[in-house]
Design a protein around this ligand. Structure first.
Ligand code: CAA
Length: 259
């Protein structure tokens, strides 16, 4: 499939890099971009060679939100019937391999929501996060009111959603929205490093860890603990567990089978 709103490439044959590419509109998300993103993510998720996916934008913008020009004249029926922008979000949620967001510049509205749907966010020091939908007479529509409070707590999430103000990278890291902040010129290198590190581990264990952490946001603590325990015990059935522990005991690097 040829893409117009994104580009894709692989690094070291293991890491897939998807770059949002609508520079004139600061990577504003429209249906075409989201359809292409959904297709690319599904393709890489199904590709046995790929161990980790990186989603990124430009230096100026990860994504400045849903495309306001595209939706300005929408009626309720248009938005509802077309499931504007949000129709691919379940696809993203169902990707089983790790997806890292490498964010520089603006991550606003749907852009912030897209970054939050990734498994973790590495931010450049020029990153700015926000849910400015209130300024347009709407509210976040792709999980912002749900994921932001889970990430940064109620008070800060309310502040962001009700005033529409932006959070810089330092505040975002302090609040727990992003896992690391790095200088802009180190963003790609740092993210690729993290992705390659993940690819070197047992893919079965990596996917199980992702599935288990995600449970923490979707159910009760008691259910999450049981889920984690079942996966933890199940991993003892893998050759990679034998290899990982034998390598540790014998003071040698592990060579995992499932990578
Ligand atoms: N949709 C469509 N076009 C956008 C856009 C968006 N979300 N954001 C920026 N653009 C376009 C601008 O219209 C402009 O196009 P032209 O050159 O043709 O005029 C171009 O990108 C560059 O933008 P600016 O000139 O505004 O750049 P700036 O540096 O002065 O400001 C900005 C940058 C602060 C990000 C500003 O562009 C802005 O506020 N954008 C809108 C952000 C926003 O409101 N996002 C939420 C959208 S709603 C949503 O996302 C709903 C949801 O939950 C799914």
């Amino acid at each position: 499939m040829t893409y117009e709103c994104i580009t894709t490439r692989t690094e070291g044959d293991k890491v897939a890099i998807i770059t949002l590419n609508r520079p004139k509109a600061l990577n504003a998300l429209n249906d075409q971009l989201m359809d292409e993103l959904g297709a690319a993510l599904k393709g890489f998720d199904a590709d046995p060679a790929i161990g980790c996916i990186v989603l990124t934008g430009s230096e100026k913008a990860f994504a400045a939100g849903a495309d306001i020009t595209a939706m300005a004249k929408f009626t309720f029926a248009d938005a509802y019937k077309g499931d504007f922008i949000t129709r691919n979000w379940e696809t993203i949620r169902n990707i089983r391999k790790p997806v890292i967001a490498a964010v520089s510049g603006f991550a606003l509205g749907g852009g912030c929501e897209l970054a939050m749907m990734c498994d973790f966010i590495i931010a450049a020091d020029n990153a700015k996060f926000g849910q400015p939908e209130i300024k347009l007479g709407i509210i976040p529509g792709a999980g912002g009111t749900q994921r932001l409070p889970r990430a940064v707590g109620k008070s800060k999430a309310m502040d962001m959603a009700l005033t529409g103000r932006m959070m810089d990278a330092t505040e975002a890291e302090r609040a727990g929205l992003v896992s690391r902040v790095v200088p802009l010129d180190k963003l790609q290198e740092e993210t690729l490093g993290a992705a390659l590190q993940i690819c070197a581990f047992s893919q079965v264990a990596v996917m199980a860890a992702k599935e288990s952490v995600n449970r923490a946001f979707e159910g009760t603590l008691a259910d999450g603990i049981v889920f984690e325990r079942r996966l933890f015990h199940a991993l003892f059935a893998t050759a990679d567990q034998k290899e990982g522990m034998d390598a540790f005991v014998n003071k040698r690097p592990a060579e995992f089978q499932h990578r």
